[in-house]
Design a protein around this ligand. Structure first.
Ligand code: HEC
Length: 201
């Protein structure tokens, strides 16, 4: 009996040892894998930090907007008229029409800011912008009216899509007799291509 018991005991002990060694093996292999996983994760975090910083910077509008001029140049009159429907509850751009909730926008491009003679309710915040409505200034104002006129009274969130904004500016341009010409844009990508090829020859 005691001999059998002893053998059973030894078998049980062996089984435990095997299980223990197996667990140890898993731990060792796991330990080899884990540090790598952690290293990859650690690399991930510093990358995310600047991303978060970049998002915070969007509050400083302007940095993210592409050059609007080429987009205005390719915008169609149809897209412009469609986009301007978002404005028609408060504005008209037709000649000789009375201002509505907002000033008449006929002849706006190049005109002094807050200078529609029949609109008496301009906010001080809009007046404070000063100067004339250039294409770039319109781009900024229409993306987020509160950026240039923080206390302005235009109750409109802004046109976030660059193409849509460009189309609406094109519409305002079309409704401005003698609108200033679009500023010239350097054809940077076209010039960069031959320069990149040159060293290979
Ligand atoms: C809910 C009404 C409302 C909507 C919608 C609206 N606006 Fe206005 N807009 C105003 C008001 C009011 C003002 C005057 C703002 C001020 O004095 O601060 C204004 C001012 C402006 C000005 C300055 C005009 C000047 O004489 O200096 C421009 C440009 C303009 N809006 C363009 C637009 C465009 C383009 C849209 C559509 C994408 C639009 N607005 C949508 C009410 C509106």
């Amino acid at each position: 009996m005691s001999f059998l018991d002893n053998r059973t005991f030894q078998a049980v002990v062996s089984a435990f040892w095997l299980a223990f060694l197996a667990l140890l093996g898993v731990n060792i292999i796991g330990g080899l894998i884990m540090p790598e996983t952690k290293t990859v994760e650690n690399f991930g975090y510093p990358v995310e930090v600047p991303e978060v910083a970049a998002v915070t910077e969007t509050a400083d509008a302007g940095a993210q907007r592409p050059n609007i001029i080429p987009l205005i140049a390719v915008a169609t009159a149809e897209d412009g008229a469609a986009g301007f429907r978002k404005c028609t509850s408060c504005h008209t751009a037709a000649a000789d029409t009375k201002p509505m909730t907002g000033p008449n926008l006929h002849g706006l491009v190049g005109r002094a800011v807050a200078a529609e003679p029949n609109f008496a309710k301009y906010s001080d915040s809009l007046k404070a912008i000063g100067g004339n409505w250039t294409y770039e200034k319109l781009d900024d104002y229409l993306e987020n009216p509160k950026h240039l006129a923080p206390k302005g009274t235009m109750n409109f969130a802004g046109l976030k899509k660059h193409e849509e904004r460009a189309a609406v500016i094109k519409f305002l341009m079309d409704n401005t007799p003698n609108a200033p010409p679009l500023p010239a844009v350097e054809a940077a990508p076209a010039e960069a291509a031959p320069a990149a090829e040159a060293p290979a020859k």
